[in-house]
Design a protein around this ligand. Structure first.
Ligand SMILES: Cc1cc2nc3c(=O)[nH]c(=O)nc-3n(C[C@H](O)[C@H](O)[C@H](O)COP(=O)(O)OP(=O)(O)OC[C@H]3O[C@@H](n4cnc5c(N)ncnc54)[C@H](O)[C@@H]3O)c2cc1C
Length: 376
């Protein structure tokens, strides 16, 4: 089967690429090993933080804004809520990454944020306990939460409506790049195209060896208020946050939305991809102890927990672009724990790369060529 472009992996980045390529009129096929919006990779667990003043890199604000625009437009067309802009607080010491990173990103990109002094922070979020006297916060009003399974499905449906072929439950066994085309092998078919986008998440390094990527597994957990009648932890009163605590632990999470519960995680808690259930249980116990100290209004026993995969790159930024030694292959991965919010923005960059269009924002910091081939 011949196509203009094949997209391998229809998670966050791949389904977005499929949509943006189909939007340009490309004859495109997407191949996904599992069902669309499945819970075995990196894009599940009901919600993700959506931030614009991204502490991870000032260059990410234009990508987040592009994502906001595309999801808002798609949601208005389909009647689905794909982003809820209830704001985000980045909290910690003035020189902590959440505070200094969010301020630097906001300054560089002209994103309107508000700085809260210690008194302002305590008045705004009485739910937080154990703040250091010098802790402050940055309020990013355009931030909020987004919805991994729903948004991946919406992107895939949008692509299909625009004519894309979607092959779910179809594992890609190998990708072979020839002189004139790339062949994608599955158990039941061979697909050929002049270019391929590989967005295989935690498995990207298996399909495209030599990329400096390391997958890890981390828990997501949901909590309920200690007082079941309390609305102190509803999303509007307890918005998305990243909080570097005085002891050094960084917590992230957000209040209850659509009755999923209050979602909380520890930024640095992780285990090997095939790690034991005991190791995961140990991480959840550690989280529980931190929640008891930091958010005493919550029952510290999670109502549920489940694993999710994070794929790190050496500098914590994504790899989005052509392979230096094989330009027919365009990759997208290395979400490094903060990629979901950028999915449509990355999908648009992938489509622009394939179409040899000028990128809508600076992309040097995402270019796979910043790493030596075959190493970090
Ligand atoms: C606990 C946790 C919390 C997070 N919090 C946030 C957050 O708050 N905000 C945020 O923006 N980001 C967050 N992230 C990061 C974000 O979820 C990821 O960056 C993003 O989901 C990565 O998308 P992806 O497309 O690279 O991977 P995936 O969405 O996993 O997609 C890869 C797809 O490729 C498919 N695939 C793999 N191999 C093959 C093959 N051989 N054949 C066919 N298909 C294949 C997989 O089945 C999968 O569907 C978090 C991640 C975790 C784990």
């Amino acid at each position: 089967m011949r196509k203009d472009v094949i997209v391998v992996g229809l998670g966050a980045f791949g389904s977005a690429a499929l949509w943006r390529l189909a939007h340009r009129g490309a004859d495109v096929a997407g191949v996904e090993r599992h069902g669309i919006g499945h819970g075995l990779g990196s894009s599940h667990g009901a919600t993700r933080l959506f931030r614009i003043a991204c502490l991870e890199h000032p260059g990410l604000a234009p990508v987040a804004l592009k994502s906001l625009g595309l999801w808002t437009e798609l949601g208005e067309r389909t009647g689905e809520v794909l982003v809820r802009q209830t704001g985000c607080l980045s909290t910690g010491a003035p020189d902590s990454a959440p505070v200094s990173g969010a301020l630097a990103a906001a300054g560089a990109a002209g994103v309107p944020v508000t700085e809260l002094d210690h008194e302002g922070l305590v008045a705004r979020q009485p739910q937080y306990a154990g703040l250091a006297p010098g802790d402050i916060a940055v309020w990013d009003p355009g931030a909020g939460i987004c919805y991994p399974e729903r948004n991946v499905r919406a992107q895939t449906v949008a692509a299909r409506r625009l004519g894309a072929d979607v092959h779910a439950h179809t594992p890609v066994l190998g990708i072979e790049s020839g002189r004139d085309s790339v062949t994608v092998y599955t158990p039941t078919m061979e697909l050929r195209a002049p270019q391929v986008v590989v967005a295989a998440g935690a498995w990207l390094g298996e399909l495209v060896p030599g990329l400096p990527l390391s997958p890890r597994r981390t828990p997501m957990s949901w909590f309920r208020p200690g007082d079941p009648g309390s609305d102190d932890f509803a999303l509007e009163r307890f918005p998305a946050f990243i909080w570097r605590r005085p002891g050094g632990e960084a917590l992230w999470g957000h209040g209850s939305d659509e009755d999923y519960g209050v979602k909380i995680g520890l930024a640095e808690a992780d285990t090997a991809p095939g790690g034991s259930e005991d190791a995961m249980d140990g991480l959840v116990e550690r989280l529980s102890a931190v929640v008891a100290e930091a958010l005493p209004g919550l029952d510290p026993r999670p109502v549920r927990s489940g694993p999710c995969l994070i794929t790190d790159s050496p500098d914590g930024q994504f790899l989005v672009g052509r392979l230096p030694d094989d330009p027919r292959v365009v990759v997208a991965g290395g979400g490094s724990g903060h990629g979901f919010k950028h999915a449509p923005g990355i999908g648009e960059l992938l489509a622009q790369t394939v179409a040899d269009e000028r990128a809508y924002c600076a992309t040097d910091f995402l270019d796979p060529r910043r790493f030596p081939v075959g190493g970090s």
